[in-house]
Design a binder for this molecule. Structure first.
Ligand code: HEM
Ligand code: 2DC
Length: 469
């Protein structure tokens, strides 16, 4: 017999009291650990209300399958009010990240063709490969200059630049020049603004931005400044391409980038294009760079595994004879490593959907319209879902039968990450070049945990040593 919604365990009766407790536990930084603890306390399903938003939380792959079957034609996830409030405040259009309903779908379908369809990968790979080559050349140069034949450092700033250079080269078909010695301060400012934007978003998940704006709270003002910096820089890049395109005539000889392709296609309004391209540019920096940093950290902790990956890359290089698209088909273990990184260190703590029909999960009835969250971080560490979850084991992904609703780092279905193909190619190419050029090491006994700043980040700097092979 199916149990009613009201009997789902959890603390959902007093949102304000829960917010207070949450705040006392430094919940803004610990959201992922609090979710894990809640699953331990309440079991595989619990209801929760923190501040103004209420949800049902689940952890099992089988339940995730039920959730995504009920997502409907216009899948809708938790609305990040801080982001929509900024756009309303500045009178800017929402991009695909923030749109919903038919408006979302019609934009997304057009963007899919230019950003995530398999056919565009062959355009992206040469551009991204060049950035990867320039990145390792830059590191070699740094090592030569310091004269110690190795470099011990926190690579995060270098990785932010790599990620921004990569996503920009794909979006604009042009290099920003972030792998050079002199770096445009505007680009550095853009990077800092993205970090600030994420950081200031998380408190506003629970305290309405409209309220914070009315009382002139610092967090709201910082948030506005951060987005202003992001939109200004993206606007400059977009205008540049727009101007060039109007001066040129005829069809360009080489692939002109996502933005120019969208402009030439002429199916979306300029304002819609601007909105989504800005989101792609902003979404393409911290996400891939942090995932790469965690991957290097794991490879440094597992030297034998690192050698195995290096051997795979060497063999793939030999077999593909310089054809990078071919090479990317021959590195299953590298791909497994990236999946393994996202299992243990997911960018998104959870996936969420407002379900469009009633469902039954764990024998509880959940009515249509409910916000259901899949605890991605908790699932990745659950021994009932992953055998020896604490072990970093890329080979576990080689058996495809083990994938059923378990590899969800980029989300699922038509609303999944739009940048997924870019992110995957960019990260695979990065690892290829790094493994071919450097051995990565770290100090022993230094363990790094995650902290929540809307996305999950390392709680302290990850210090690695790179040694040329
Ligand atoms: C959405 C993860 C990189 C742009 C998402 C979602 C996740 C995610 C979990 C929500 C999906 C869902 O609700 O089902 C990641 C991870 C990345 C990454 C793990 C890298 C390791 C990127 C990059 C870009 C990007 C490089 C841009 C080039 C977007 C956009 C959306 C999105 C625009 C919203 C799509 C929509 O609402 O239709 N991402 N992402 N992401 N991501 Fe990513
Ligand atoms: C954060 O409880 C925790 O990919 C909340 O590239 C629920 C939630 C909702 C939306 C998620 C967000 C979490 C984490 C960051 C995500 C975001 C949707 C897209 C965004 C997953 C899980 C991200 C990082 C995008 C960001 C692009 C943007 C900055 C232009």
């Amino acid at each position: 017999i199916v149990r009613p919604f009201s009997e789902i365990p959890g603390l959902w009766k007093n949102g304000v009291a829960n917010l207070y407790n949450f705040w006392k536990l430094d919940g803004f930084k610990n959201l992922h650990r609090i979710m894990l603890q809640n699953f331990n306390t309440f079991g595989p399903i619990y209801r929760e209300k923190v501040g103004y938003y209420e949800s049902v939380n689940i952890i099992n792959p089988e339940d995730a399958a039920i959730l995504f079957k009920a997502e409907g034609h216009y899948p809708k996830r938790l609305r990040v009010e801080a982001w929509t409030s900024y756009r309303d405040y500045r009178n800017l259009k929402y991009g695909v990240l923030l749109k919903d309903g038919e408006d979302w779908r019609s934009n997304r379908v057009i963007l899919n063709k230019e950003v995530i369809s398999p056919k565009v990968l062959e355009n992206f790979v040469p551009l991204l490969d060049e950035v990867g080559q320039d990145f390792v050349a830059r590191i070699h140069k740094k090592i030569e200059r310091n004269g110690q034949n190795k470099w011990t450092t926190d690579l995060s700033q270098e990785l932010f630049k790599y990620a921004l250079e990569s996503v920009s080269s794909v979006l604009y078909g042009e290099r920003l020049g972030l792998m050079l010695d002199y770096i445009d301060p505007e680009a550095q400012h853009f990077i800092d603004c993205i970090t600030l934007m994420f950081k200031t978003t998380s408190p506003m998940l629970y305290i309405p931005p409209a309220l914070l704006r009315r009382i002139g709270a610092k967090v709201w003002r910082d948030h506005v400044q951060a987005w202003d910096g992001i939109f200004n820089q993206a606007d400059r890049c977009i205008h540049n391409i727009y101007r060039q395109l109007r001066q040129e005539d005829g069809i360009p000889k080489k692939y002109p980038g996502v933005l120019a392709s969208l402009l030439m296609l002429d199916k979306l309004s300029i304002e819609d294009i601007k909105a989504s391209v800005t989101e792609l540019m902003a979404g393409g920096v911290d996400t891939t760079s942090i995932t790469l940093l965690w991957t290097l950290y794991e490879l440094a902790r597992h030297p034998n595994l690192q050698e195995e990956l290096r051997a795979e890359v060497a063999a793939a290089r030999a077999e593909s004879q310089g054809d990078m698209l071919e090479m990317l088909k021959r590195i299953p273990l590298v791909k497994g490593a990236l999946k393994e990184t996202l299992r243990l260190h997911p960018v998104a703590v959870s996936l969420q959907r407002y379900i469009t029909q009633d469902i039954i999960i764990q024998n509880y009835h959940i009515p249509a319209g409910t916000l259901v969250q899949l605890g991605l971080y908790a699932m990745g560490r659950d021994p009932k879902v992953f055998f020896r979850p604490e072990q970093y084991q890329p080979s576990r992904w080689l058996r495809t039968e083990a994938h059923y609703f378990r590899s969800l780092g980029f989300g699922f279905g038509p609303r999944q990450c739009l940048g997924r193909r870019i992110a995957e190619a960019e990260m695979q190419l990065f690892l290829i070049h790094m493994l071919e050029n450097f051995r990565v090491e770290k100090q022993r006994h230094v363990e790094v945990q995650s902290t929540f700043e809307l996305i999950l980040l390392p709680e302290k700097p990850i210090i690695l040593t790179l040694k040329p092979l």
